[in-house]
Design a protein around this ligand. Sequence first.
Ligand code: ADP
Ligand code: MG
Length: 350
Amino acid sequence: MTRPDLSEPAPAPDPTGTPVLEVDDLHVEFRTRGGVVNAVNGVSYSLAEGETLAILGESGSGKSVSAQAIMGILDSPPARITGGGIFFQGRDLLTMPEDEQRKVRGPGISMIFQDALSSLNPVYSVGFQIGEMFRAHRGTSRKEAKQHAIELMDRVRIPGARARVNDYPHQFSGGMRQRVMIAMAIALDPRVLIADEPTTALDVTVQAQVMDLLKDLQRDTGMGLILITHDLGVVNEVADNVAVMYAGRIVERGTVDDVFNNPAHPYTDGLMSSVPQVEHKGGRLLPIIGQPPNLAAIPPGCPFHPRCARRRLEADALPGRVCDTDVPPLRLVVPGREAACHYSEEVLGA
Ligand SMILES: Nc1ncnc2c1ncn2[C@@H]1O[C@H](COP(=O)(O)OP(=O)(O)O)[C@@H](O)[C@H]1O
Ligand SMILES: [Mg+2]
C-alpha cells in the first residue's frame, strides 16, 4: 500500500462531481379523448451538486411535465409514467414506497412552479405559508415556524421581513411574491431545486434580481438547480449545462458555451438564430418555420424533420439516416456534446 503523499495539496473538491439527480429514459403519456399524448419520450440527464442545468425548449416540448414527474405531481389520470427511472442520490423514486418518496420530494427535491405567482393562498399571510413548510414536514411549533419564516424572508431579501411576515400575498409585488415562493422552495434546504420558468411573469429588472438571488442561494447551499426556461439570455447568464428539448425528447446537450457557440442540432441552431441579442457565429438567420408538433401525432423519423432546413430525404440521404423515417438517437457527437441529428457533424462544421 502506498502512503498518501502529504506534501501534495489535497485535490480540490469537485463541486460538480456527484450526481444528485439522475433521470433515466423517462416516458410520460397522457391518455386523452383525442388520443395518447406522448409528452416525454425517453428523457435522460443527470444533475450534479452545485450544477445549474437549463432545460430549454419551446412551449409544449415536455419541460414542465418531466419536472412534474420528478416531483410526483403529475395530473394522473390522464398522465402515466410508462417507463424509466428517477434517481435521487442513487435511489429510484419510482420504485420507492410512498412514505419514503414523501421524505425526498419537498425536503430533498423542491420546485418553484411555472404559475407560482398565482399559487399563493390569498387568505393566509405569507409568513404562515412559509412557516407551513416547517410545521408540515418537521412538526415545528407555530411560533418557531414564524421565526423561521422571518429568517427565510431575510434570506430571499424581502425588505423588512419582520414587519411584513403577517402581510397577505396581495400586499406584495410580483417580484416579492416570487421571492416568497423561493423561500418556501428552499425552506427545507433541498439538494435539488427545480425552477420552472421562474421569471417569465416578471419585468426584466426584477427577472435579473430573481436570477441573482437563485444563483446566490445555490452558491450558499451547493444545491443542484434545474432551470426550465425558453429564455436564451437567462440560460446564457446562469447555466453551466443546457439540455434542449423538442417534442418530449432531449435533442442536444452540452455546456452552455459549446452549445451556444456552435450548435450540433438544426433545432438549436434555429433557436439561436431567432434571437438577435445572442452572439452567434456568422450572424446567419435561419428562423424556424412552422409549429412544434402535436404530441398526440409526432412525425415519424426525426420529429423535427418537417421544420428542418437540413433534412435529407430518400434521394440524397445515407442509409439508416433518412430524416423522415429513421429516428436519430441522442448520441455523442464530439467530446462533451450530444445531439439527436443524423447530420450533426455537418451542422457543427457549417
Ligand atoms: N393535463 C394534461 N392533459 C393532457 N395533455 C397534457 C396535460 N398537461 C400537459 N399535456 C401535454 O404535454 C405536453 C407538454 O406539456 P408541458 O410539459 O407543460 O410543456 P412545456 O415544455 O411548455 O412546459 C403539452 O403539449 C400537452 O399536450
Ligand atoms: Mg411549462
